[in-house]
Design a protein around this ligand. Sequence first.
Ligand code: NAD
Length: 471
Amino acid sequence: MSYASADSASFDNQDGFSAPQVLAQLRQSFASDRTRTLPWRRAQLSALESLLKHHTDELITALYQDLGKSKTEAWTSEIGFLLTDIKHTLRHLKKWMRPHKVPTPLIAQPGSSAVFYEPLGCVLVIGAWNYPLQLTLAPCIAAIAAGNCVLLKPSELAPATSSLIKKLIPRYLDNTAIAVIEGGKAETTDLLAQSWDHIFYTGGEAVGKIVMQAASQHLTPVTLELGGKSPCLVERSADVEVAARRIVWGKWMNAGQTCVAPDYIIVEECVKDALLKALKKEIRAQYTRQPLQSPDYGKIINRHHFDRLCGYLENQQLYFGGETDPQEHKIGPTIVLDPDADSPIMQEEIFGPLLPVLTTTQISESLDFIRQRAKPLALYLFTNDSKLEQRVIRKVSAGSVCVNDIMMFMTNANLPFGGVGTSGMGQYHGHAGFAQLSHKKSVMIRKFWLDVAVRYAPFSSFKLAILKKLL
Ligand code: NAD
């Protein structure tokens, strides 16, 4: 299917990129009203599904080049994730798009009330490098589902995936309504200077502030998918073996470069040794005794981040790992024991394969430690104590909480995903993404017959008494 018309330049060629021109083209497409229709939304989502299925091998190769991702990891955490999101959206979209009827009060009778989900218009999506496919295309799925035009700006730090997105999207999707611009700071700055209807940004806090500041010039709403330090609590009643297996899986996937990876562990003293031994055993089981050579173990995105991570290890006590390969940007799974709370590894988001393990006598005593810090994107708790479970869920604010597992909430498209406080604002995945990129328009429809006069002047105490009953 081709949507490019003779009088509408497509974005295939980025030479002479002009942000105002790109937005003008998207606005023209949005004004055509075609993106509002269910058939258009469905066709785009199905086309995206075909793209992912037809080019799976190329995408896996690009993800390997950028991050050394194994085939399994690339499929499950990027391609498969997106296919599931598309399937879920296609299945429910018609229902989501229906106006949602709500009751109408007596004063407004006869009348009916409903909430209409209306597309916002043109959405700018700024992707991140750690899941460069998923984090660019999942917001795109939400934007299409909500009937918007979209401009995708994949991360320049994952160049192989970025250029593949740039190459493939126009071949499959309506390329005058869904465009891709590659680039870094300069291009993003130009794009941010335009008046978008929504900006969806995934990345770090510092650029998040730049995005929000730029958006404020046009009063553009933003979704900020940020990061932070996600704690993982291990209490004495937990099944330590299973906990260790799941922690190793979630922490060292993508070499720790996952926004919802456990950043540090707090373990109760009485199970600390058992947990450390189990973690060591699991790392070896999952990534062998030579993890840097394991085909299943990823690399750090670039030298800057490699050096940043190595810096965190200075003056720290290592329990396990610490091996590095500067040529390949690889750092083995590494466990750091009891770092000072004011050391850089405990002050900044690690976003890499280093796992500090802190000790406490009782998990309930460490809840204040978490509450006194920035609200995390994810919070993990391993326990069999249901009272503690409820206490943590209800008392500690976090974007998401997962009990007795790591990151598995991401597999449920029915759960909204997003941060709170400095870990972000706004949510997506499934219906949450559709709602995030729609305007919930309140609509009331009245009839001409029956025009009760009590609300009109001249007022009287009798009219006021009736109004008090009706309102
Ligand atoms: P980043 O913030 O440096 O870059 C993200 C994007 O911003 C890129 O597309 C880049 O081109 C653009 N950019 C960079 N500098 C810019 C500038 N000065 N002006 C305008 N645009 C600019 O990415 P990062 O900080 O390396 O990403 C890692 C962070 O992202 C971590 O904190 C992680 O937790 C977070 N993250 C969050 C999620 C989530 O879903 N919540 C997912 C992945 C990563």
